[in-house]
Ligand binder design. Structure first.
Ligand code: NAD
Length: 297
């Protein structure tokens, strides 16, 4: 069975292996931290990240706080531009322009979603592609699709790092991506295709989701529907990556996969929390450092 080929020999007898995103993210953060220290000592350069946060959505505030803390931990310079949700498009554009021209800033991130009256595409297109550490500018989207070097969105990039860390070979595998947003599903599918997987992209209009997931060697789901992927939608030995983050009424965090049942069938699975989430922040740090290194070459 093809799926066995992805399991290291000594693990063939084991049932399911948890992909520990938290540990991997910590390891990456430590590595970024020591590279930043070296850069400071040898060239007196400090990577800088600017975050633009609009409105008072609690989840966005929580994410930005986590990003700022991570920047501090690895020794980055970071600033957050906190703006009210009544702010106009032009003022946001002017702040981005200021950050585009600020030599201390290597990465610019606009926390999404933006208020209804703001044109998100225009805002993302205003960021200098060389500082677009979220990889949402059309320039970087195009580079990813063409298989060229550029900035890749942090969440799908984090998933690729997990595959690499766990020795999961993607070439020739049937991968089903569930969810097709610009920030998760589409870039995920491009990365998988670039890794020579056979990729099926599914979404809300897909007629029979189970028909696609149940034959896949690997399922990557990022949808925002708790427990969407059930055990009968997953083949034995599949690899399941859960990008979804959903807060239930009791306050607990769950993914898009029915973890308790699906984990009994698969060879690898990511937990929520502690799976893809921490990897997203680790990749933001990596992308920002990559931008600094390009600037200072
Ligand atoms: P989105 O709303 O922009 O896109 C959702 C996608 O899922 C769409 O393509 C839609 O067609 C599809 N979809 C919705 N319901 C479906 C269904 N029943 N069956 C099949 N497809 C369905 O959301 P997003 O921004 O891409 O985020 C998706 C999920 O990933 C959310 O839970 C979000 O919190 C999470 N997320 C996690 C991270 C992380 O760091 N782990 C980062 C970004 C997003």
């Amino acid at each position: 069975m093809a799926i066995c080929e992805v399991m290291p020999k000594h693990k063939k007898e084991m049932a399911m292996q948890l992909i520990d995103g938290k540990s991997l993210a910590n390891k990456i953060q430590e590595d970024v931290g020591s590279r930043v220290k070296k850069l400071k000592q040898e060239k007196n350069i400090v990577p800088g990240l600017a975050v633009i946060l609009i409105g008072d959505d609690p989840a966005s505030h929580a994410y930005v706080k986590m990003k700022a803390k991570a920047c501090e931990r690895v020794g980055f310079y970071s600033i957050t531009h906190n703006m009210p949700d009544t702010i106009g498009q032009e003022e946001i554009m002017a702040t981005i322009e200021m950050m585009n021209n600020n030599p201390r800033i290597d990465g610019i991130l606009v926390q999404l979603p933006l208020p209804q009256h703001i044109d998100t595409t225009k805002i993302l297109e205003a960021i200098d592609p060389k500082k677009d550490v979220d990889g949402f500018h059309a320039c970087n989207v195009g580079r990813l699709v063409a298989g060229m070097d550029g900035f890749v969105p942090c969440t799908p990039l984090g998933v690729m790092k997990m595959f690499e860390e766990y020795g999961i070979e993607l070439e020739g595998k049937d991968v089903c991506v569930v969810g097709a947003s610009n920030i998760v599903g589409k870039p995920m599918a491009s990365l998988l295709l670039n890794a020579n997987a056979t990729v099926t992209i599914t979404h809300i209009y897909t007629k029979d989701l189970k028909a696609h997931t149940s034959t896949a060697d690997v399922i990557v789901v990022g949808v925002g529907v708790p427990g969407l992927i059930k055990a009968d939608m997953v083949r034995d030995g599949a690899i399941v990556i859960d990008i979804g983050i959903n807060r239930l009424e009791d306050g607990s965090l769950v993914g898009d996969v029915d973890f308790s049942q699906v984990s009994k069938k698969c060879s690898y699975i990511t937990p929520v929390p502690g799976g893809v989430g921490p990897m997203t922040i680790a990749m933001l740090l990596e992308n920002t450092l990559k931008s600094t290194q390009k600037r200072t070459l």
